[in-house]
Ligand binder design. Structure first.
Ligand code: IPT
Length: 996
């Protein structure tokens, strides 16, 4: 059967030609199938030069044999070839795959046979026994060819010629690696006469009646009767002909949701074929502007998921995919946007099974046309219309049976135009049961969900909190929406298809976005993005390391913009993921000074059963802990629990922590550093997402004793207030005098490292610091923060006075460092007074190289942890005593080294190794406590290294105590750091006692 409606005439804009079949569901059928994965003969021809060998299928040829077959290339928006649609350059790497397909002796005769390609980048021409079957484009989409009588008993020669670049490449300008090859399954399918060409079980759940509904649809010419059976539901139906087929009410059908992934095994069969489906009864609908699943409003905590693996690229691996989804579930993810193309079809089975909502996106992006003002953009050019429709159709048809798929997305970053509107119209007609999403429809002309990427929190409020006026800031296209369009936009659910760009250290500033999600019309959104796309490469010294754009010698590339995941390429969760997971947690707790906790469910469908509340009474010298079982909590319900903490312990506590533990969804193994009881060293609560003896940590909250009456303490685990602080005693400090801290005996010798402390104002720019033009990193470079030089102005037995400055400028920092003996150790006070034209600073603190002897030191601190944290990246941390076996366990350099590993709210820091070193922060010196970091490299060394492996062998151990450290923001793609988290060049004081 060939698809005459979409089989285009030969032409450059075409989606395909030849004996192609209509798109249909990816069904688990008992019809014969031959998997053609394996080793194929392979010849790669580039610019007339050929290399011959063998190639695995599925694989990307550029990821095989360390460069023998060319290299991957990364671009974000840019096309790596001239914009001359639909043409591509003559120098077009072309892979010729060839293998013998031996038809098994018992292969059924009769019926027909097909070749099914699940993914080829970017164009495949299929030949069987010398007869050309046709050509297909659309890299991440399934295509079937009818083999007609070309297939013979015994041996057959199958050839697939793959061109890396094709007209289809113009429609596939996603921000990712260009990875040519046959990278998904190739299969030979037998299609029995009278078989089930396609089955669509539209499984609905009616919240009004509580009933499931099953509306079957059959395509082709199945042999009748067709039966449907679901023993679990007692369903056994037979239809004698197409007119017989009618929807079934399923009274006992429990609803499917991401929280309750209830699936039923259903078989559909006839004399020719039986297919097995896993059915979930689920309704995804927009009611009065509110996105509902099964009649209940949902706010989706989601992530954008690309298919990426450091060695396999986009080749699917089920075990890895399962682990990936389990990691998401551990971190409170319940939604995936399949950015920016359909994943391997098996992924949807897994999402159905584990419970993840899916926004399934078409394989369509034309972003690079933006560089020519969208002139000739395929979304508007009628010549591309069929190709776009073909893509949308293949997307919807393949995955329409999945309960997890709650929305269709037309594509990404392809501007707007009639072809997109046509794709929406086709989709709405074909599947009215799922809302349609596309971010580029800024007038809400043809989509059901108002979607934005990277707005400011203020822009979110324009849509949700204002009844009229513009829906976006003046620089954004959506601001030009007419009053009528704006009014319509305000009737739709609001969705952040991309927000908080997780590139490098970060993302900072998540909280405002999550707070805004409390609005009933806010449907949540998806962080950009789940995982770094770093690829492994072979270095000249024979070792392997992670690569980003440019590392394969690409002429046009976008550097490390491809590494912007909440987890890195080897699944290591970053601090941003911990913060985000805590902020979007499905159950949230809070606790007060009296040890009374409140726990609130944000779930829409599932009860919380077997939940446990673990508390900690946190002090400098002891951390007590206990468990309180939670009563069953209905969706949305809350409960108040008295923790029963001993009143004396409570009165002495610095903080009270509560954590909700979930015994049902496993967390990951706890990582270093760990919270411990300072008295016994016993482990205490791990971080959000990690597993305890009694379940996964879903959410952590804390009450913290105010630092100083009249000032605002840091509020971890959701920190929001920034403390304006004019440090006491700082402004009046006069360089050159040495007035020791009050109540101290002057004249004590401090440890040598104290005398060696020097001011520091530079941090290795994060990827976010490098965002926007001019960036913070540019401003810091202009001000030469990295070139701070010091001069001892005065020195006596009780202190040192320093003047620090940068080359060719008069801006300076005058530092007054004094010490004095106390019964408790040596009390140190440092006052730093900047003057001159400093920009806002990344940090203002003191640093010292303790020397390599401390490299093996064990670290313990009493402060915010366990993960690294910054003033705007503190959503998942709390005050406690944390321990790391070594400095390297505190943090690891990013693929592109940058500032990392800072921890704020410091009370006490202890290093044990080459000796013992302890720093106890004076709790009442200032309104805000300092932070610390320990690093094997200087910020300058980190900033200069393009890759982790380019860092020099570490030669020291730098301890930095920051009186102030700036926020992180998400300026790499999104708003700049909130001004309240910037560090003004103003006087600061650090006061601490050192021991050891
Ligand atoms: C947005 C893209 O949709 C996404 O693919 C990715 O490139 C992301 O940016 C940045 O990492 S588009 C951008 C113009 C906001």
């Amino acid at each position: 059967m060939t698809d005459t409606t979409t089989a285009p005439a030969k032409g450059d804009f075409a989606a395909a030609s030849g004996t192609i079949c209509p798109p249909r569901s990816h069904l688990a059928s008992d019809a014969r199938r031959l998997d053609l994965a394996g080793t194929w003969d392979f010849t790669l021809t580039t610019s007339g030069r050929s290399v011959t060998g063998t190639m695995p299928v599925p694989a990307h040829w550029v990821l095989q044999d360390d460069g023998r077959w060319g290299s991957p290339a990364y671009t974000n928006v840019s096309y790596p070839f001239p914009l001359d649609p639909p043409h591509v350059p003559d120098a077009n790497p072309t892979g010729h795959y060839r293998r013998t397909v031996t038809l098994p002796a018992d292969w059924p005769t009769g019926g027909s046979n097909r070749l099914r390609l699940l993914g080829v980048e970017s164009e495949a021409t299929v030949t069987l026994n010398g007869a050309v079957l046709g050509l297909t484009r659309g890299s991440r989409l399934t295509r079937e060819f009818d083999l007609g009588d070309a297939l013979r008993p015994g041996d057959n020669v199958l050839e697939i010629t793959v061109r890396q670049w094709s007209p289809g490449s113009y429609l596939e300008d996603q921000d990712q690696w260009w990875l040519p090859g046959i990278f998904r399954d190739v299969e030979l399918l037998h299609r029995p006469d009278g078989g089930l060409e396609d089955v669509w079980l539209r499984a609905d759940f009616d919240p009004a009646t509580g009933e499931g509904l099953l509306a079957p649809e059959f395509a082709g010419a199945p042999a009748w009767p067709v039966t449907l059976s679901c023993p679990e539901l007692g369903l056994q139906v037979a239809w004698d002909g197409p007119d017989d087929v009618a929807p079934l009410a399923v009274p006992g059908g429990e609803p499917w949701s991401a929280e309750t992934p209830r699936l039923y095994d259903v078989t559909v069969g006839n004399a020719a074929e039986t297919v097995a489906l896993r059915v979930g009864f689920r309704r995804s609908a927009i009611v009065d502007g509110v996105w509902q699943v099964n009649g209940r409003p949902v706010t989706l905590p989601g992530v954008n998921r690309h298919e990426t693996h450091p060695r396999r690229g986009r080749v699917f691996d089920e075990e890895a995919a399962r682990a990936d989804l389990a990691l998401m579930k551990a971190y409170n993810v319940n939604t995936i946007r399949t950015s920016h193309y359909p994943p391997h079809p098996r992924l949807l089975d897994l999402c159905d099974e584990v419970g993840l909502y899916v926004m399934l996106e078409n394989d369509y992006e034309t972003h690079g046309f933006e560089h020519i003002g969208w002139e000739g953009n395929p979304s508007s050019d009628p010549r591309w219309r069929d190709a776009l429709l073909d893509r949308m159709r293949r997307t919807v048809e393949r995955d329409k049976n999945h309960a997890s798929v709650i929305a269709w997305s037309l594509g990404n970053e392809a501007h707007t135009g009639p072809n997109l509107a046509a794709a929406a119209a086709w989709t709405r007609d074909r599947d009215p049961s799922r809302p349609i999403h596309y971010e580029g429809d800024h007038e809400a002309a043809y989509t059901d969900v108002y979607s934005r990427m990277y707005p400011t929190v203020e822009e979110v409020a324009l849509v949700l909190e204002h009844d009229a006026g513009p829906v976006a800031s003046p620089t954004h296209e959506a601001s030009r929406a007419s009053a009528e369009d704006a009014a319509r936009i305000r009737t739709q659910p609001y969705f952040l298809c991309e927000y908080v760009h997780a590139m490098g250290t970060g993302p900072g500033g998540i909280e405002g976005y999550v707070d805004a999600m409390a609005h009933p019309r806010h449907a949540g959104g998806c962080v950009w993005e789940w995982r770094d796309h770093a690829l492994e490469r072979l270095l000249p010294d024979g070792t392997r390391a992670f690569a980003y754009g440019g590392d394969f010698g690409e002429a046009v590339h976008d550097g490390n913009f491809v590494c912007d995941g909440l987890v890195n390429a080897v699944s290591r969760p970053g601090a941003g993921l911990v913060a985000w997971a805590n902020l979007v947690a499905p159950v949230v707790a809070s606790v007060d000074a009296a040890g009374v906790a409140e726990v609130r469910s944000r779930l829409a469908h599932a009860d919380i059963a077997d939940g446990l509340l673990r508390w900690e009474c946190v002090g400098a010298d002891r951390t007590l802990t206990g468990d309180v079982p939670l009563p069953r909590l209905a969706p949305g319900a809350s409960v108040t629990v008295s923790l029963g903490i001993d009143p004396d312990a409570l009165a002495a506590a610095d903080a009270v922590t509560v954590a909700v533990l979930d015994p049902r969804t496993p967390g990951i193994a706890p990582r270093e550093p760990r919270e411990i009881d300072p008295a016994t060293g016993e482990p205490r609560l791990p971080a959000v997402g990690e597993q305890t003896d009694a379940g996964r940590v879903v959410h952590v909250a804390q009450w913290v004793r105010p630092n100083d009456p009249g000032t605002t303490p840091e509020t971890p685990a959701g920190a929001r207030e920034a403390t304006p602080d004019t440090p006491a005693g700082a402004s009046g400090a006069t360089p050159g005098t040495a007035d020791g801290p009050a109540g101290a005996d002057a004249g004590a010798e401090p440890p040598a490292w104290v005398r060696a402390l020097r001011p520091v104002v530079f941090r290795a720019p994060t990827d976010n610091d490098r965002g926007h033009r001019p960036s913070d990193a540019d401003r810091w470079a202009d001000a030469r923060l990295d070139l701070l030089e010091h001069r001892v102005v005065g020195r006596n037995a009780t202190g040192i006075t320093l003047r620090s400055g940068v080359p060719d400028a008069a801006r300076r920092i005058d530092t007054h460092l004094t010490w004095a003996a106390t019964p408790d150790g040596v009390r140190v006070r440092a006052t730093m007074v900047p003057s001159g034209d400093w920009p806002t600073l990344p940090r203002l603190g003191l640093t010292v190289d303790l020397g390599p002897a401390w490299a093996e030191a064990a670290v313990r601190w009493y402060g915010l942890g366990p993960t690294e944290n910054y003033p705007d990246l503190a959503g998942g941390v709390r005050v406690g005593t944390f321990a790391a076996p070594g400095i390297d366990d505190l943090w690891a350099p990013e693929i592109r080294p940058q500032e990392a590993g800072h921890r704020g709210g410091l009370r006490r820091l202890t290093l044990e190794g080459a000796g013992r070193l302890e720093v106890e922060i004076d709790p009442h010196a200032e309104g805000r406590r300092p932070g610390f970091s320990l690093a094997r490299w200087t910020p300058q060394q980190l900033a200069a290294a393009p890759h982790a492996e380019d860092l020099p062998d570490p030669s020291g151990v730098w301890l930095t105590l920051d009186a102030r450290h700036a926020g992180i923001g998400t300026a790499s793609c999104g708003p700049a750091t909130d001004p309240q988290f910037r560090v003004a060049a103003e006087p600061v004081t650090l006061t601490f006692t050192v021991r050891g």
